[in-house]
Design a binder for this molecule. Structure first.
Ligand SMILES: [Zn+2]
Length: 235
């Protein structure tokens, strides 16, 4: 747990408020939900679950933020087995790296593209993203590991795309934050294209990449047009 006294951006600190104060569910209540699932969807779609027990063959991989408000399955209204999902702070894809280490996103991407054979990869950023906000303010930069340092290292991936935004729009305010969120989506798409398997498959037309941004404020999804850099409402 993060300890008191550590500099935490307000956006992140908000997520650390004790459960009771916000009426959120604890694990015992999640188990109640599990029993509802067993009595409901599990029974009603038993044939589907039986089929899924033999394997998965999703066509789409979605990379989303870990933020509790932006569940891709809910936003895209899909059923189990339909999307292969990776979630992390700010929905980021690191570049292809061969250095030693545990590369979680790279492993998931490799599995989805090379073994499952997904035909589309979607990077979904979102509004009010605490990770992107922290990247913009750099409030956590310099913190020790375990005290914000892991987050700082992770979102440090955005440092170079942050610079022009900070220079032109500052490091606070809705416009700068949205610009940071949009830039993060494009950076992740750029990093996806540093993976040889993505290069080959996108080049042959076997794989398509998409960027999008979900606005929590109005519940709308905006799709990135990479040729213009604009995010347009999904039709
Ligand atoms: Zn986020």
């Amino acid at each position: 747990m993060l300890q008191a006294g550590i500099a935490i951006p307000l956006s992140l600190a908000f997520t650390l408020i004790p459960l009771q104060r916000r009426g959120m569910k604890d694990f015992s209540q999640l188990i109640e939900g599990y029993h509802r699932f067993r009595a409901g969807d599990w029974q009603q779609q038993h044939d589907r679950w039986e089929e899924l027990s033999k394997g998965q063959s999703p066509k789409v991989m979605v990379i989303s933020c870990s933020d509790s408000r932006v569940d891709p399955s809910q936003i895209f209204d899909v059923s189990p087995g339909e999307i292969f999902v990776v979630r992390n702070v700010a929905a980021l894809v690191p570049p292809f790296e061969t250095a030693a280490g545990q590369h979680g996103v790279s492993a998931a991407l490799e599995f989805a593209v090379q073994f499952l054979g997904v035909v589309e990869v979607v990077v979904m950023g979102h509004g009010a993203c605490g990770g992107c906000k922290a990247a913009l303010t750099q409030d956590l930069h310099g913190n020790e590991l375990g005290e914000g340092g892991f987050v700082a290292n992770w979102i440090g991936m955005l440092d170079h795309v942050r610079e022009p935004i900070a220079a032109s729009q500052g490091t606070s305010g809705a416009d700068a934050e949205k610009a940071m969120e949009y830039a993060a989506v494009q950076l992740s798409l750029d990093n996806l294209r540093t993976f040889p398997c993505v290069q080959v498959k996108e080049g042959s037309g076997a794989l398509r990449l998409h960027g999008c941004h979900f606005s929590i404020e109005d519940g709308k999804l905006y799709i990135l047009d990479e040729s213009s850099g604009d995010f347009d409402p999904a039709n």
